[in-house]
Ligand binder design. Sequence first.
Ligand code: A3P
Length: 306
Amino acid sequence: LPCAKFWDHILYKYQGYWMPSRQLNGIISFQKYFKAQNSDIILCTFPKSGTTWLKALVYTTLNRSHCAPNSATHPLLACNPHNLVPYFEMQIYGDENENPNLENLPNPRIFATHLPFSLLPPSISYSNCRIVYICRNPLDQLISYWYFFTSPSPNYNETNSIEELVKMFEEGICMYGPFWDHVLEYWNKSIERKDRILFLYYEDLKEDIISQSIRLADFLGLPFSEEEKDKGVIEDISRLCSFRNLKELEVNKSEDLWPGVPNNIFFRKGEVGDWVNHLSPAMVEKIKKLVEEKFKDSGITFKMTS
Ligand code: A3P
C-alpha cells in the first residue's frame, strides 16, 4: 500500500483514504465481521470535528428514560464519552480481538467510527441502522488536529509545524483524509437517505444546541415529549454534555482513555474560529480556495467564525 509519514504515525492509502497503520487491522476486521442491526446508531466523523460532543449527546438522549440527564449518578459524570460509545476501529476491533461478540450489547447499540461511508461494512448499507455525521469547518478542524498531535506542549519545529500540517491537508494526507472526500460522501448519502443519515455541523450545535438536540432526538426516533420540554430535559442534556461541564469532570481531567492518550486531550477550547489565532493569512487563503473548489455546487457551507 502507498504510505506516508504523518507526525509520528505511518499512514497507508487504503481504499482511497489515508489510514493510520496502527488501526488497519481493526479497520479490516470491522469491515469483515461487523453485522449491523436495524436499531444500531452509528456516529461517523472526521477526527477533531466534535465526535466527543456528539457521543455525549447521543448517549444521553437515547438513554434518558432510564437515566435522567440531571441525575447525580449519570454515567457521563464518571466515564469519558469514548468509553460509553466506542470506536469500531480503535476500541472494538483490533489486534487482540478480531471478531468480538457484540450481539448482547444493550439496545440500541451505539458505535462510532472515523471511516468514510464507502469503507463501511456492507451490512451497514443494507440494514436500516441510523448514521449521524458531524462535520466542522476545516480551519478549526486543522487547529484542533494540530493541538491533538502536539499536546501536551505545542512546540513549533520543522517536523510538526502548522505549515507542515496545512501542506499535508492540501495534499489530502491526514488520518482518514482527504477531508473533502470524507465529508462529501456522507453529505451526498444524507441527501439520498434523509431517514437514515443525519448530517450535522459543529458550528450549528454551538449556535443553537436546543434546536439541534430536538433535530437529533427526532432523527433517533425518540422525539422529546411536551412534558419533557416543559420539564427542561433538553436543557439538562445540553448542560450535561456541554464543553464546560465535561472538561471539569474529574474523570476527564485526570484519567487516560488509553496509555498516552489522556481524556483531557478531547477538551481543549471548544470554540468556533480559534484558527484566527494560529493560521497566517496566506494559509487561510489557500485552504479557503481549496474548500471552495472541492465543495463547489455541493450545497455544503462552512461557518468559519461564530
Ligand atoms: P478544539 O481543539 O477546537 O477545542 P473530537 O471530539 O472529534 O476529537 O473533536 C475535539 C474537538 O471538539 C476539540 O476542539 C474539543 O475541545 C471539542 N469538544 C469536545 N467536547 C466538546 C463539547 N462538549 N462541546 C463543544 N466542543 C467540544
